[in-house]
Design a protein around this ligand. Structure first.
Ligand SMILES: [Zn+2]
Ligand SMILES: [Zn+2]
Length: 222
């Protein structure tokens, strides 16, 4: 595990930085693909997390959520607008063949969301910031004290082909509403984060890079 900031670790993944899982205090934030169970378990060193919290319900983020919630008897948290997908009442969004293929390859079982999140909710030091677009219920987890933001897939810091770091918007095929996601990128810049932790790619500690990226993608409504 890599310590990113006080009490926040990035778990070692495979390939490195590809499907990121964080431990924030005793909360697992995002849960990788279902193939990551043993790798996550090993890094927990027998210490049980108290909650699994998702940035959004996608196959590469909810893969081990049901497994860990069952194993430790802990609640699953996600935003109310992604609950239907997480609990299996609707397909993951956007509904298309590529997402379905992702579900087939990577996702874990549907699981009951015991802790339904809304914008402004808090757990521990973190505030939930609704950041829709990539999925309807996408959120950031933001810690004001040191301005650390865990931002899921609103932005990625990796080229998915070469795996080189670099900011990019999520691929349109995986994104429900691209313009709305751009507004969420503005929301992120507005938080003035000092450390940004992505679903894909290494953490970034340069606010100016985020601000420039957001400014280049400002939409008239934002
Ligand atoms: Zn993802
Ligand atoms: Zn996603």
């Amino acid at each position: 595990m890599q310590l990113i900031a006080e009490n926040v670790w990035l778990l070692r993944g495979f390939p490195r930085d590809m499907f990121n899982v964080y431990l924030a205090g005793d909360t697992l934030i995002d849960a990788g693909t279902r193939w990551a169970k043993r790798r996550i378990l090993r890094q927990l060193h027998g210490k049980a997390p108290r909650m699994v919290a998702l940035t959004h319900c996608h196959p590469d983020h909810q893969g081990t959520a049901a497994y860990f919630c069952d194993r430790y008897g802990i609640p699953l948290a996600c935003h109310e607008a992604d609950v239907d997908a997480m609990e299996g009442r609707i397909r993951m969004q956007p509904e298309n063949r590529v997402i379905r293929l992702g579900e087939w390859c990577w996702s874990g079982k549907p699981y009951r969301v015991g802790n339904v999140l809304r914008d402004g909710d808090r757990f521990g030091d973190f505030r939930v910031v609704h950041a829709p677009g990539h999925t309807p219920g996408h959120v950031f987890y933001f810690r004001e004290r040191d301005r650390l933001a865990i931002v899921g897939d609103v932005l990625a810091n990796m080229n998915f082909v070469t795996r080189k770091p670099g900011l990019r918007e999520p691929p349109p095929i995986f994104t429900v509403d691209r313009l709305l996601n751009r507004r969420s990128i503005q929301t992120l810049a507005g938080l003035r984060p000092s450390v940004v932790c992505f679903g894909h790619g290494p953490p970034l500690r340069d606010l100016a890079v985020i601000e420039q990226f957001a400014a280049a993608r400002a939409t008239p409504q934002s």
